[in-house]
Design a protein around this ligand. Sequence first.
Ligand SMILES: [Zn+2]
Length: 271
Amino acid sequence: MDFKIIEKDGVKVVKFKRIEEIPFVRHGFSTRIGGVSPEPFNQLNLGRLTPDSPHNIIENTKRFSKAVGVNFDDLVASDQVHKDQVKVVTAEDKGKGFTRDMDFDSIDALITNERGVPLITYFADCVPLLMVDPHQKAVGLAHAGWSGTVLKIGQKTVMKMLEEYQSRLEDIIVVIGPSIGQCCYEVSEDVVEKFNMNFTDTSTFVIAKDGGKYMLDLWEANRVALKEIGIQDRNIVKSRICTGCNTDLYFSHRFEKGNTGRMASIIEIIL
Ligand SMILES: [Zn+2]
């Protein structure tokens, strides 16, 4: 297994082995366990745009931050509009989205090479991409639903790290976090057409079913997009956790018909 689930003060957090091995990075992906929200947001809902009480969402975010070991007051959030814009985050941005207003918008990916600047992005079925460059000491987080995957947001985030931090492609590690698996992700023809327009070969991640429906593998589509620019096979890690199959532990937008909470991923450079 490429991950483990730890529990701290009742909060369950997913940790990815490839990132745990890197001493200068602190990270985690939340589950729904260990928060204060009532149904249907039970328990650890972090989604600020859900109709849960803001008090619960803040309390849950504080608990998750504490369990990961980052300072809640310093969190920098993205607003996530299913596009492909990447924001370069610096110490100047600390607290934006929490203790201070966000002065940016339409951001689906965050990168930083500064210490003590925890990044946070939100998910419930969409694919979390966690990036680390262990040599240049840089990290990134991207939100790839099907739209972001079509737009190859993973590629764009990595390319931005190359441009900003002089990262080398062969050094970049990308973890594909908990999200909806092909087992649970049926889509219609129009979605598949968009993939056909942007990918030369979709046969490794689209399976046709009867009735004009398809099963889409977003993990593999993201892997293919990362491979296209030259990320090494050994550096692309699929966690293979399907949120749809595991609603006891994760929120699933699709399986709970939109009436559910949001999880989040945090990553921070600490040394
Ligand atoms: Zn599944």
